[in-house]
Ligand binder design. Structure first.
Ligand SMILES: Cc1cc2nc3c(=O)[nH]c(=O)nc-3n(C[C@H](O)[C@H](O)[C@H](O)COP(=O)(O)OP(=O)(O)OC[C@H]3O[C@@H](n4cnc5c(N)ncnc54)[C@H](O)[C@@H]3O)c2cc1C
Length: 308
């Protein structure tokens, strides 16, 4: 199908873009990578009267990595962030998650910030932002505001973005020393949206005991579901954790729904398995002690692909 008719705007500056968005209000939609918006238009699931193409705006493709975290501009493509060594050094979860987003050709064009605004509960980047407690910077004519992740995702495909606003960047905080991260998911075909997926972050103390642990689950609720499992995990070394109890703590917090890809019960099962795998991967990454990681491997907790 072809998209419904719309007026196309190709602003050359941020001010110009914000001006058009202010004038068009709820009838205006930003076009970034187009990897979600164009299919929605072609399927006639969206019919904005005005499209504001931001691809000509200068300075929005930045990836700024500093000690506190990584700020990603609205035109930084998935692939650029995935390949950024500076970003990976500060926040490795970005690359770990982006490798699971769609296919390379889509990652070449799609943007990280576009993925956040699109707010698909099956998408990886909203879960990453929610897990890390990041934020999105929204600009409008005459001002801007920084919205924390827990307020940004308001429902399936719904965010705190108001008519007239544009997201200009997102901030992904760094984790403290001796932290590790991981992203595990299962999709029917490589590159598809996941039936279930879990991002995990673990911080160890000086004795290699788990001092903080949390997960963000995708495809099991209207927004990414963040669960703090520190109490269930610690303070113990990963090898001594009761991983069944940790999985139960995660499952307590999710309410998956069935669709054509998976039953609700299968999604629950997957989430429990993936949460344990992701947390154990993250604990292993957090550990700089090879013996600690060996001990973790020998703990007997299930960590193979079998059983999913
Ligand atoms: C076949 C296929 C498979 C895919 N698989 C996955 C997957 O497994 N995981 C995943 O996470 N994604 C997947 N995607 C989606 C892809 O990651 C998109 O790139 C992403 O969701 C949106 O980014 P975009 O830059 O293309 O946004 P666009 O398509 O341009 O826009 C998406 C929405 O966000 C709004 N928007 C975008 N940028 C801004 C901004 N700066 N300010 C305000 N509003 C903005 C648009 O108005 C629109 O409503 C897939 C896409 C395809 C086509």
């Amino acid at each position: 199908m072809k998209p419904p008719p719309f007026d196309y705007h190709g602003p050359a500056t941020l001010d110009e873009a914000l001006g058009v968005l202010a004038e068009t209000g709820p009838d205006g939609k930003v076009l970034a990578g187009g990897q979600s918006l164009i299919p929605l238009l072609n399927m006639r699931l969206a019919a904005p009267a005005h499209i504001v193409d931001i691809n000509r705006l200068p300075g929005l493709d930045v990836i700024e990595a500093g000690p506190g975290g990584v700020r990603v501009g609205a035109l930084a493509r998935h692939a650029a962030v995935e390949r950024s060594a500076a970003a990976a050094a500060v926040q490795p979860l970005l690359g770990q998650a982006l490798r699971l987003v769609a296919h390379p050709v889509i990652r070449n064009r799609g943007t990280v910030v576009g993925s956040l605004v699109h707010a698909d509960p099956s998408a990886e980047m909203p879960a990453v932002l929610a897990l890390l407690g990041g934020s999105v910077r929204l600009a409008r004519r005459g001002g801007e505001r920084e919205v924390p992740a827990e307020e940004f995702f308001t429902g399936p495909m719904e965010s705190a973005l108001l008519p007239g606003e544009m997201a200009v960047s997102a901030f992904f905080p760094a984790l403290p020393g001796r932290s590790g991260t991981a992203f595990r998911e299962l999709a029917r075909r490589h590159g598809d949206y996941a039936m279930a997926g879990v991002a995990a972050a673990v911080t160890l103390d000086d004795d290699f005991r788990i001092a903080a642990a949390r997960v963000a689950c995708v495809s099991v609720g209207p927004v990414p579901v963040v669960v703090d499992v520190t109490a269930a995990c610690g303070p113990r070394p990963a090898a001594s954790v009761d991983w069944d109890a940790v999985a139960a703590a995660v499952l307590d917090r999710i309410e998956p729904e069935a669709d054509i890809h998976a039953t609700a019960e299968y999604r629950r099962h997957l989430t429990g398995v993936l949460a344990v795998r992701a947390l154990r991967d993250a604990a292993r990454e957090a550990s700089e002690d090879p013996e600690a990681s060996d001990a973790s491997e020998a703990s007997g907790a299930s960590d193979g692909e079998e059983g999913a």
